[in-house]
Ligand binder design. Sequence first.
Ligand code: ADP
Ligand code: MG
Length: 330
Amino acid sequence: ESVVNRIAAGEVIQRPVSAVKELVENSLDADSTSISVVVKDGGLKLIQVSDDGHGIRYEDLPILCERHTTSKLCHFEDLQSIQSMGFRGEALASMTYVGHVTVTTIINGQLHGYRATYRDGVMEHEPKACAAVKGTQIMVENLFYNMIARRKTLQNSADDYPKIVDLLSRFAIHHINVSFSCRKHGAARADVHSVATSSRLDAIRSVYGVSVARNLMKIEASDNELSGSLFKLEGFISNSNYIAKKITMVLFINNRLVDCSALKRAIEIVYSATLPKASKPFIYMSILLPTEHVDVNVHPTKREVSLLNQEIIIEKIQSAVESRLRNSNE
Ligand code: ADP
Ligand code: MG
C-alpha cells in the first residue's frame, strides 16, 4: 500500500517547485498578507513556507495530512471549482509520502502554537506546544528521499530554484496586496522581495525591474455576449520598446496561476504581425470566467488549462491586444 501511495504522491508533487506552488496557494487561501519561502538545495533538502494567515486549529492537526482532508469544500458550488483548482486535500498528504513534513501553526489570539510532524499521511506524535508569532510555517525536508530515481534525475538536472523564483515572481505581481519573499537558505539577500502595494505597476517594477515596467501598457476587455458574462480581462502588455529573447506570459484565470499555450501562441502571433521588432512580449493577464468554463483537462496538478469557447475567447483577446498595440503606434 505504501508504494502505491508513494507513486500517487509523486504524481501530485512532481518536483520541488510543485510543492512550493501548493504550499503558497494554501497560504494565500489562509488570507495571509505576508508569505516567505526559503529553499535549500533546489528544494530537495528543504522547502519552508511561512505565512501570517489564519492558522490551523489544534483539533485539525491530527488529520491535516490525510488524503482528502480539506477545509475548503463547504458549498455545493465548490464542487465546480474542484475542476479549476486541481485535487482537493491531496497536496499536503502527498508531501508526507515523499518527504518529511513539519507544521508549526498558531491561531490568532492564542498564547502559543503547536508543532506537528508527519510521515506517510499520519501525524507522528501529539502536537507539541511551541512559541509562534502568527500564521503557519510548513517545512518539507528531504523531498523524494524514498524515490531514488526521481532524486537522481532532479540532482542531475539544473535545480528548481530558478523555477521557484519565477513562480513567486508571478504570484507577487498578481496578489499585490500580499508581500512575498523568496531566498536560498542562508542567503542574506532575497531573490524575490515584494512589498504589499495597491499599484500593479509598482509590483511589476519591484519584481521584474524598471526596464519591464516602464514599457507596459494597460489592457482591459470584457464580453457579455455569450451566456451572461463571458469573460473579463485586465492586464499589462509590453509596447514596441520592450525587446526580449523570449515571451513572458503571466496568466491568472479566476485568480489561479495557469498556463494556456494556445493563448500564449495567439498573442505572440499578434505581436509578430504588429510589432515584428518586439515580437517577444511581456504579458500579465488576469481573466475572470465562469468556473465551469475552465477545464483542467491535461492533469489536475499541471498548470495547463483549456477553456470552454476557447477560440472565441482567444479571438477577443487577440483583437484587444491588437487594437492596443495599434493605438500605441499612432
Ligand atoms: P486543499 O488546499 O485542497 O484543501 P491541502 O492538502 O493543500 O488541500 O491542504 C489541506 C488543508 O490544510 C487545507 O484545506 C487547509 O485547511 C489546511 N492548510 C494547509 N496549509 C495551510 C496554511 N498555510 N494555513 C492554514 N491552513 C492550511
Ligand atoms: Mg492546497
